[in-house]
Every structure is written in structure tokens, then in C-alpha cells.
Design a protein around this ligand. Sequence first.
Ligand code: NDP
Length: 236
Amino acid sequence: MTTQRTVLVTGGNRGIGRAIAEEFIANGHRVAVTVRSGEGPAGSLSVKADVTDAASLDAAFAEVEEKLGPIEVLVANAGITRDTLLMRMTDEDFEEVINTNLNGVFRVLKRATKGMIKVRFGRVILIGSVVGLLGSAGQVNYSAAKSALVGMARSVTRELGARGITANVVAPGFIDTDMTAALPEAQQDDYKKRIPAGRFASPEEVAKVVAWLAGEDAGYISGAVIPVDGGLGMGH
Ligand code: NDP
């Protein structure tokens, strides 16, 4: 019988975050999701928060901890893209992505690990991307933020590994969500040709890996980058 945990997923109203929340709920855990808009799936506690707004996170964490107890599993999933070639990328395009996809992860990581240290158990799962290590034309901002998560997970592993806390990056390839639907069709076809599996994945395929990583059986995996990419990033 698996221990029921308190799980927080950022950006749980749609896409990969929502599928992750659904998977944890199906496995019987206590699940909270942060939302900027909309609601998380049935059975979750939705708390309003924007990862770029520290005060909103303070309020969200206080509410989750009061209603569900200390957070034992953090899934830092909220993220955005502002794709454009370097020559056209504005300071705002760069800073907005870093502020959400990197600084936003730091903000939730710091708040969540405080409780994990007290309960001497924690699973930190950062949603990175295959492009963090592979690179991607038009994504200097996004790939920089995603590769930084690897250093973050590994430093957390070194700082907190002896306290029952693991920290890993799950690096999806191309997953069918609003984020990839926004790509031009020609670009989607080009990606499909480069993916050995020959297809995009469903959000559920990422969710299953995240749930496994949060479970008892994955307690000795830390500082790893786990690809869920159909082979796209092999060797990186
Ligand atoms: P979506 O665009 O479908 O959803 C993004 C989620 O992040 C939404 O819930 C959104 O909330 C939330 N979010 C964005 N900015 C903020 C913010 N400032 N504060 C709080 N929440 C925010 O993306 P995906 O589901 O596709 O992506 C989820 C994660 O997976 C991201 O980190 C992404 O980089 C990563 N990823 C996705 C891949 C893919 O192929 N789809 C591949 C590799 C990685 P709202 O609805 O309010 O905008």
C-alpha cells in the first residue's frame, strides 16, 4: 500500500500539469494545484497563484498547508514560451520566460522544501524540457531557463539529499498540449520526423512518469534528468 502524500502542482488547470494532478488524484493522494485562471481537476484543491508573484504564492502555500498539511511532493510545472530568433528576441521576451520558468520555480521550490525538511521527506520534480540540453532555434530564452533547472535539481540534491528529499528534472519532448498546438504545422511535421517514436506524446505519458518518481520505488533517484521524449534527446 502506497503512502498518501500531499502534492502541489503548479499550473494545474490545463495541459501537462492537469494530467499530473489527475494521476496523483487517481492514486489516492491529497492534491492541490495552483491556477491563474480556471480550476484544477475534480478532487483537487485549486488555489489562485501566479509564480511571478511572491505574495500570491505565500497565500497559496498557507492555504494548502492549512487544508492538506505540509507539501511532500512538489511538481513545478507552470511555464510559458515566447519563441523567436535571437536577433528578434527582446529583453522582455527573455526576462518574462526566465521570470516564469526559472525564477518561478525557485519561488515555489524554496517555499515547498521548508516543509519537506520538517517532515524529513520530499520529492521535488521540476518539469524541464528536451530543449534544455538539446537546444532549439528560436528558444534561447526557454532553453536557458530549462537547462538551469538541471543545476537547480542537482544542487538541491546535494543540499537536502540526506534529509529524505530527492530532486529531479523530468524532461518531456513534444507533448500534445496548447503549447505545441501553437506551433506552425510545418514545424510540427518537422519535429515528428526527428522523433524516433514518430509521434508526439499525450500529457498522461508524462504524468505517469512523474507519479512514479514521486513514489516509494524511486527514493534513490536524485539529481537525474528523466527524458519522456520518444528518443528525441538521446545522448544529451
Ligand atoms: P500549457 O501552455 O498547456 O499550460 C501551461 C500552464 O502553466 C498553464 O496552467 C498556465 O496557466 C501555467 N502558467 C503559465 N504561466 C504561469 C504563471 N506565471 N503562474 C502560474 N501559472 C502559470 O503548457 P504545457 O502543459 O504544455 O506545459 C507544462 C510544462 O511542461 C511547462 O513547464 C512546459 O515548459 C513543459 N513542457 C511542455 C512540453 C510540450 O511539448 N507541451 C515539452 C517540454 C516541456 P494559465 O492557464 O493561467 O495560463
